[in-house]
Design a protein around this ligand. Structure first.
Ligand SMILES: [Zn+2]
Length: 713
């Protein structure tokens, strides 16, 4: 089965030649239009409609003036702000922020509704639900295929979020069905378009939706939590929408997906560190392994200076760029100070060892926890989470002094960001792993998600809605202060905010070890069992099938934004399967490094050294995939227009397979045993792979005169 195929040459030429042209006119039916330099069509949105003081008000204007910009941002994108007074409600003003670039057909935009100086009004919910339509667009010109692309669907078998595409047939329009998205793709005769919103949640828990109508229009509207009922709007306290994304391209669905993927990689965020294909190591799996396999009964036994220094040295041999110390390093939450019992010299010694190897340091945090006795809590008592009148109970976070949950949708967000900036400066930390962030749990009337004038349920919806926007504010503040910083949001469990919002500031940590026994209906006693609660923790092909699940995102969103760790353990076949898997973009290694034999370290070291020569090309290349994940063979081709790239074939048993690459290739830079490479007349690689048993064949293509080359066979 050919899942998708793209011509990288065609797509890249198209993406470069094609750019978004955003026209903001402010009219009732043509408020904002996105068109494309090479496509005749444009996607036009009507003016947003708000419920102001109980009445529906269309936010059209007679005139929009540019009040800011264009300002060139660090990612090559220009920002402009346009503003005007509402025709139907002159005491309100709407501002439109647009980010567009000659380098991408995808534009971002958001709306801000404010009151005239000295006046105010309320955003109401007469019907009991959010009453904002952000815009409606006609899609009749794109009738070949209309598709909802979901990013927040949880797959219980792989215990991970996975994307899925759902047809939006004519009968859905005839029956006024609504789709969650967050991205809709429309394909016509010679152009394709998309409309998306930057928010997330686990489907079908919906905060914004696309409502289809019989006249072949789609209305992007608020569902819940976008604002608290009776929210007061003034000049100083405007209502700000989420960001939206829209594009029109010449071509079809594949060209649209490739252009969008390129936008996500290069233009969506100014926090460019998050897009870099570093190789990561995280200590967590070795901690779990020590507890369950080595029966230490303790997740923390190995977490001390001596062991970490040894592991840093091995990680360096393997080719790791970023060494992440997971739970264990901190004395308590809130202040996030180093535990001097485990690290008597602080983390300075570890930092020095990492520096010596040219590696970076990463640390684990939970932004929603603060120890009761911390200075952070003393400053932010008002920000403790509460639900239905009950304050978060004191609990221990990984055996540290009692913590309470603390709400980021409150002034605490800035204090937390500033503490992380201090730590980054003190310890040279550039990577922050954020874990344990449930999207739910606060309905306090004392924070920034609704006050006592609205209901508990409304405040709770507003918390769940606002949480990711505040997380992004924290990330953006950190990245402003610490260039190149990366914040990773752990979404390895359900009920977390997965969608497009966080990706405009950081990246995701996608999968730990897949399912726990009870999640696949296998009995397991959480209280008494002394075996590992995860099913897929062993070396071999099976764990890698589960952990490659997030590669499904790579059609729309580069796989480098979905971190997942693979095991470097022997035997050689397992080493190759895990190496090939991580090189496809998940880019993580974990486990007990001291169990990796010297020849295994050499394999990872050599392969990843070759990978690093061409990893930017591999990351930028849209995927060609033959076979579903876990099939035999499962083939991945990620080759850039310059011929640099990666081929990986996985097989589940012995046998021979042959594959011809879609793209022409550069010379072989590194390859695993058992694969013979020839070039055909058009410069494509003909790859003959022989497997004795389940394993992987890997070839790195790259044209570098000064690099060690393996002769082509
Ligand atoms: Zn709160």
């Amino acid at each position: 089965m050919k899942t998708w195929a793209l011509s990288a040459f065609f797509v890249s030429a198209l993406a470069l030649a094609a750019h978004a042209d955003v026209a903001v006119s402010g009219g009732r039916t043509d408020f904002l239009a996105v068109s494309h330099s090479a496509a005749a069509q444009k996607l036009t949105l009507t003016a947003p409609v708000f419920e102001i003081d109980g009445c529906a008000v269309t936010a059209s204007v007679d005139r929009l003036d540019r009040v800011k910009g264009p300002t060139r941002l660090g990612n090559g994108v220009d920002e402009s702000v346009w503003a005007g007074v509402l025709k139907d409600f002159p005491s309100a003003r709407i501002a439109v922020t647009v980010r567009e670039s000659p380098l991408t057909p995808v534009a971002r935009f958001k709306y801000e509704l404010s009151a005239a100086p000295g006046s105010s009004f309320r955003l109401t919910k007469k019907s009991g639900r959010d009453a904002i339509v952000y815009g409606t667009c006609g899609v009749s010109r794109w009738a070949k295929a209309r598709t909802e692309v979901r990013f927040g669907e949880y797959d219980s078998l792989s215990h991970a979020y996975r994307p899925s595409e759902h047809d939006m047939p004519q009968r859905a329009f005839e029956n006024s069905i609504a789709f969650q998205g967050p991205l809709l793709s429309f394909v016509g005769e010679d152009s394709a378009a998309l409309l998306a919103y930057e928010h997330g949640s686990q489907a079908p828990d919906t905060y914004l939706e696309f409502a289809c109508a019989q006249d072949e229009t789609v209305a992007l509207r608020a569902v819940k939590g976008n604002y608290p009922a009776n929210r007061v709007v003034t000049e100083e306290n405007p209502f700000e929408s989420v960001w939206f994304q829209a594009a029109v391209v010449k071509g079809g669905a594949d060209e649209l997906a490739a252009a969008y993927r390129d936008f996500q990689l290069k233009r969506c965020t100014v926090n460019v560190g998050s897009r870099k294909p570093y190789v990561f190591y995280n200590t967590w799996a070795s901690q779990e392994r020590d507890k369950w396999w080595d029966k230490s009964g303790d997740f923390m036994r190995l977490m001390n200076e001596k062991r970490i220094l040894e592991d840093v040295d091995i990680a360096h041999e393997l080719g790791v760029d970023v060494f992440v110390v997971d739970v264990s390093w901190f004395k308590q939450t809130g202040d996030w100070i180093v535990d001097e019992k485990r690290f008597p010299h602080g983390l300075g010694v570890v930092r020095e060892r990492l520096r010596k190897h040219g590696m970076k340091m990463g640390l684990w945090f939970n932004p929603t926890e603060a120890a009761k006795n911390s200075a952070m809590m003393a400053r932010n008592r008002r920000s403790v989470m509460s639900f239905r009148g009950e304050e978060s109970r004191e609990h221990s976070v990984w055996s540290t002094p009692g913590s309470q949950n603390i709400c980021v949708v409150s002034p605490y967000w800035k204090d937390f960001a500033d503490r992380l900036i201090e730590i980054a400066r003190e310890l040279d930390v550039t990577y922050f792993k954020w874990d344990g962030i449930s999207q739910f749990g606060c309905d306090s009337p004392d924070h920034d998600h609704g006050d006592a004038t609205t209901t508990s349920a409304d405040r709770h919806d507003c918390y769940s809605f606002e949480q990711v926007r505040y997380l992004c504010k924290i990330v953006d503040r950190i990245c402003d202060a610490i260039p190149g910083a990366i914040v990773d949001f752990d979404v390895t469990e359900g009920g977390r905010c997965v969608g497009l919002a966080f990706l405009s500031s950081g990246k995701y940590f996608a999968t730990n070890n897949g399912p726990y026994y009870p999640h696949i209906d296998v009995p397991y006693d959480w209280d008494t069992s002394d075996t590992w609660s995860n099913v897929f923790v062993y070396p071999g092909p099976a764990r890698a099938w589960i952990c490659r699940a997030s590669l499904d995102y790579d059609r729309w969103i580069p796989s480098v934004l979905f971190l997942c760790h693979f095991l470097p353990d022997a035997p050689r076949e397992s080493e190759l399967i895990n190496l090939g898997s991580l090189m496809l973009g998940p880019n993580g290694i974990w486990g007990n490094l001291q169990c990796v034999p010297p020849e295994g370290r050499r394999l990872f070291g050599e392969a990843l050294a070759a990978y690093k020569h061409v990893r930017d090309d591999i990351t930028a290349a849209s995927p060609v995939r033959i076979g579903r994940i876990g099939s035999s063979p499962e083939i991945h081709e990620k080759i850039a227009p310059n011929g640099n790239g990666l081929f990986v074939m996985f097989a589940n048993e012995g046998g021979d397979h042959v594959y011809v690459t879609e793209h022409s290739v550069a010379p072989v830079l590194w390859k695993s045993d058992g694969v013979a490479v020839e070039k055909d007349a058009k410069g494509r690689a003909v790859l003959r792979c022989h497997f004795e048993k389940a394993s992987a064949a890997i070839v790195v293509f790259g044209d570098f005169g000064n690099t060690r080359k393996v002769p082509e066979s």
